[in-house]
Design a binder for this molecule. Structure first.
Ligand SMILES: Cc1cc2nc3c(=O)[nH]c(=O)nc-3n(C[C@H](O)[C@H](O)[C@H](O)COP(=O)(O)O)c2cc1C
Length: 325
């Protein structure tokens, strides 16, 4: 996730158990593009011991091929093509989710990338641009290119993040695709993860916002599937997580600018505070210094009280996950 799931964030996720593999923020590929050194560090300095796929976004075929080849010189576990980003600035250029409106061009991109990537080549997609009905045609295309996995964020581009997802479309892909299918969208706890797997029979889960809010989610799911006890998360656990995130990201900065760092931390906190005290959220929004930020966290989180398992179901940050409960 752009400007969120960078190298220090991956380190923190791993400290709490972490996913089986990571995917980088996307490299925004165009003619003349030079590899972003900071994103590249997620690959070259990945010390988690878990694989990391390099994600590309773009539509210019020679550049996508060139950058894939360049990336394969580094210890990446594979190349992933983003067909899901709904940002208007990306879609207008027919990249990310915008490419779903250009199936013929998409077909040519997949053909060229598959030819030039000898190892793992995967796609992360939405269901279509305007309507889930577009997905049948897209699956026809995806199934022709020997993909190593297909990850599906089961919403259309138009639906952005503000609706329930369409698990039946993931189920359709699982039945149709000759490769593993990873289900994505609205997994916020063990029950929503297990229900998404049960409804789709997907080969795995990708978790985004739910992991920012609660990095224990990977370990909790592993424990639940193994029939082991699942950890209850307390306010004090959250405090430890936030402090680790604050310090790990700060230590990774070439130049530390306190105010910028506090603002960056707010990108995580908007997810973390969901379901907690509204006054906590207000005070975090107003924090400008590190001391102020950390003191606010301490004031609201210094207790052994369990935190709510679910965030609110109708906010701008999380929406529609109750259909998976
Ligand atoms: C702020 C933000 C940035 C994102 N950046 C990326 C990205 O760079 N690449 C990608 O494949 N998906 C990106 N996504 C989408 C997520 O990976 C995921 O598909 C989506 O949030 C639904 O899954 P979730 O409910 O587990 O978060 C982003 C989502 C958000 C909210």
């Amino acid at each position: 996730m752009q400007a969120i799931t960078h190298l220090p964030f991956m380190r923190v996720m791993h400290a709490f158990g972490g996913p089986d593999y990571f995917v980088t923020e996307y490299f925004r590929v165009y003619e003349g593009y030079v590899l972003d050194k900071n994103i590249l560090r997620s690959i070259t300095e990945n010390a988690t011991g878990r694989p990391v796929d390099a994600q590309l976004i773009g539509q210019h075929i020679p550049s996508l091929v060139r950058i894939s080849k360049e990336l394969l010189e580094f210890p990446t576990s594979g190349i992933d093509l983003n067909l899901g980003c709904p940002a208007p600035v990306v879609c207008r250029k027919d990249a990310g989710g915008g490419l779903l409106r250009k199936p013929d061009h998409l077909n040519r991109i997949l053909e060229a990338l598959r030819k030039s990537i000898p190892g793992r080549f995967t796609v992360k997609t939405r269901l279509g641009y305007e309507s889930p009905e577009e997905f049948t045609r897209l699956i026809e295309i995806f199934s022709q290119h020997g993909l190593d996995a297909l990850t599906i964020h089961a919403r259309t581009v138009r639906e952005r993040y503000q609706t329930p997802i369409h698990p039946e479309q993931i189920r359709f892909a699982v039945q149709t695709m000759p490769c593993p299918v990873i289900a994505n969208g609205n997994v916020v706890d063990v029950s929503t993860g297990q229900n998404l797997i049960a409804q789709t029979m997907a080969d795995g889960l990708m978790i985004g916002r739910g992991a920012i809010r609660s990095p224990w989610i990977f370990k909790q799911l592993r424990n639940a599937y193994a029939g082991e006890p699942v950890q209850t998360i307390t306010r004090a656990d959250l405090l430890e997580y936030i402090n680790l995130l604050y310090d790990t990201i700060a230590d990774d900065l070439p130049v530390f600018d306190e105010q910028k760092h506090v603002n960056h931390m707010k990108k995580y906190l908007v997810y973390i505070v969901q379901g907690l005290d509204t006054e906590f959220e207000h005070q975090i929004r107003r924090a400008t210094t590190g001391k102020n930020f950390k003191q606010t966290c301490l004031t609201f989180l210094d207790s052994r009280e369990p935190v709510p398992v679910f965030p609110p179901n109708h906010s701008k940050l999380f929406c529609g996950f109750d259909t998976l409960r």
